[in-house]
Design a protein around this ligand. Structure first.
Ligand code: NZQ
Ligand code: ZN
Length: 389
C-alpha cells in the first residue's frame, strides 16, 4: 500500500425510516433558520417533501425553500441560492435530492459565507477554505454520485462552458440520511444511470497504479460485482429493498475516498464527460457509459495486467490458456455488453448529442489527467469522441 491520510467528516445514518427518526435530533444542534434545497419537484410527488416538512414544522423551524436545482447545476443557480441564504440568515442547509442538489448546496454553503468570487477562487482553481461554510445535511433520494459522503461539488459555468468538480473536505455534509425506500420512485432510466456512475467511479480508481495486491483494489472488485448484481435485480424489481439498499451503499463506498487510499486514480472519462455535459447538458451516468469501453480500448495495453484481472475477477471470464491481451479485451467487451443490457446508450448520438456539436472544441477543453495508465492528448480525446459518435 502507498502512504495515505484518511479522514471523513460525514456522519451517515442508513435505513428505512431514518429521516423521521433522526432529522429532528440533528437539527436541534443548529439555529432555527433552515434552507430546504431540492430539485424539480419529484419530492412533492413521492411524499418525501411532506415527510420532511412534517418534521420541520413540528420543531417550529423557519423554512426557506430553494427549489428548481437542475441536473448539472449551474454557477448562476449557486449564486441565486447563496443570495437567498444570506438574506434569510440561514443556519443550516437541508439538501434533498441527488448529486445535483447536493453539489449545488455544497457550493451555496460556501458562497453564502464568502465575499469574493467563488468560481474564480475555488472552482477555476483549487483554493484553501479559511472560513466555515454553512452546515449541510443531505437526504439522498437517488443513488449514484456518492456526493453524500464526500466534499465534491461539480458545478457548470455556462458562460465559460466549463463543468468542474472540486472535493473540499470542509464541504462534506455534517450528516447524510440514507433511506433506500426514498429511491423506489426513481425511474429505471435514472436508476441505471446512477448505478453506472457508481461503477464508473470504481473503475476510474481501480484502473490505476499500483497494480500489486492492495486492499483498495480488492474492495473495488467486490463493489463492482455488487453494482452489476444489484442493478440487474433492481431492474427486474424496482422495489427490491435488498438491491436498492446495496446500490445506495455501493454508491457511497465508490466515492467516500476509502477505495482511493493508496491509489493514483484515473478519472479521464469523468473529465471528458464533464466537458460533454458543459457543451450539451447530457446525462452524467449515460455519458460515462458511452465513453468507458472506447476509452479503455485506447489505454488497455498500458495496463494489461489490471485489465486481465478485471475480466477474470469482475466478469468471471476464464483464462483458458488465452493470451493476456485477448482476456483483457474480453473484459472490455463484457462491460460494453452490460451497458447495452441495462439499457444505457453506446453512442453519443443516442445520448442526444447534436451532430453539429463541435467535438474538437469539447476535446480541447478537457483536462488531461496525471494518474491514468496512458496520458491522453487532446487529439486522442477528439478521436475517442469521434469513435463514440
Ligand atoms: O429534480 P427532481 O424533480 O428531484 O428529479 C430528479 C432529477 O430529474 C430525479 N430524482 C431524484 N430523486 C428522485 C427522482 N425522481 C423520482 N424519485 C426520486 N426519489 O433524478 C434526476 C436526476 O437527479 P440528479 O441529482 O441530477 O442525478 P445524479 O445524482 O446522477 O447527479 C448528477 C450530478 O452530480 C455530479 C454530476 O456531474 C451531475 O452534475 N457528480 C457529482 C459527484 C460528487 N459530488 O461526488 C461525482 C460524480 O462523478 C458526478 O460528477
Ligand atoms: Zn460520476
Amino acid at each position: 500500500m502507498n502512504n495515505f491520510i484518511f479522514e471523513n467528516g460525514t456522519k451517515v445514518i442508513f435505513g428505512k425510516g431514518c429521516v423521521k427518526e433522526y432529522l429532528s435530533c440533528f437539527l436541534k444542534h443548529y439555529g432555527n433558520n433552515v434552507m430546504l434545497a431540492y430539485g424539480g419537484g419529484s419530492i412533492k410527488k413521492n411524499g418525501i417533501y411532506d415527510e420532511i416538512m412534517g418534521v420541520l414544522e413540528k420543531d417550529g423551524k423557519t423554512i426557506v425553500e430553494f427549489n428548481g436545482i437542475m441536473a448539472n447545476p449551474t454557477y448562476a443557480k449557486v449564486t441565486e441560492g447563496a443570495k437567498l441564504a444570506r438574506e434569510n440568515q440561514v443556519d443550516v442547509i437541508l439538501a434533498v435530492g441527488g448529486g445535483s442538489v447536493m453539489d449545488c448546496s455544497k457550493a451555496i454553503s460556501m458562497a453564502a459565507k464568502y465575499d469574493g468570487d467563488l468560481w474564480s477562487d475555488y472552482w477555476a482553481k483549487p483554493g484553501i477554505i479559511d472560513f466555515e461554510p454553512v452546515p449541510l445535511c443531505v437526504i439522498v433520494t437517488v443513488s449514484g454520485t456518492g456526493s453524500e459522503m464526500n466534499g465534491g461539488a461539480v458545478i457548470t459555468n455556462e458562460e465559460l462552458k466549463v463543468k468542474t468538480g472540486r472535493d473540499y473536505p470542509k464541504c462534506n455534509p455534517k450528516l447524510a440520511l440514507l433511506d433506500p425506500t426514498y429511491t423506489f420512485s426513481v425511474p429505471v432510466k435514472q436508476m441505471v444511470s446512477g448505478g453506472f456512475d457508481s461503477l464508473s467511479h470504481i473503475m476510474e480508481i481501480y484502473f490505476s497504479a499500483p497494480d500489486e495486491p492492495n486492499v483498495s483494489d480488492d474492495i473495488a472488485e467486490a463493489l463492482m460485482r455488487g453494482v452489476i448484481r444489484d442493478l440487474r435485480a433492481a431492474i427486474k424489481n424496482p422495489k427490491d429493498y435488498t438491491a436498492r439498499s446495496n446500490l445506495m451503499w455501493e454508491a457511497v463506498m465508490a466515492e467516500n475516498r476509502i477505495i482511493k487510499l493508496g491509489k493514483k486514480t484515473d478519472f479521464e472519462c469523468h473529465m471528458m464527460e464533464h466537458q460533454l455535459g458543459a457543451f450539451t447538458d447530457c446525462n452524467h451516468g449515460a455519458g460515462l457509459a458511452v465513453l468507458h469501453p472506447v476509452y479503455y480500448r485506447h489505454i488497455y495495453k498500458e495496463g494489461i495486467a489490471k485489465f486481465k484481472r478485471f475480466a477474470m475477477e469482475v466478469w468471471g471470464i476464464s483464462g483458458n490458456g488465452r493470451a493476456d491481451e485477448e482476456i483483457a479485451l474480453a473484459g472490455i467487451d463484457a462491460l460494453e455488453k452490460f451497458i447495452s443490457e441495462i439499457g444505457l446508450p453506446n453512442k453519443l448520438r443516442d445520448l442526444g448529442v447534436d451532430e453539429k456539436t463541435d467535438l474538437k472544441a469539447v476535446a480541447d477543453s478537457c483536462t488531461c489527467v496525471q494518474g491514468a495508465y496512458k496520458a491522453m492528448t487532446h487529439e486522442e480525446i477528439h478521436e475517442i469522441f469521434k469513435e463514440c459518435y
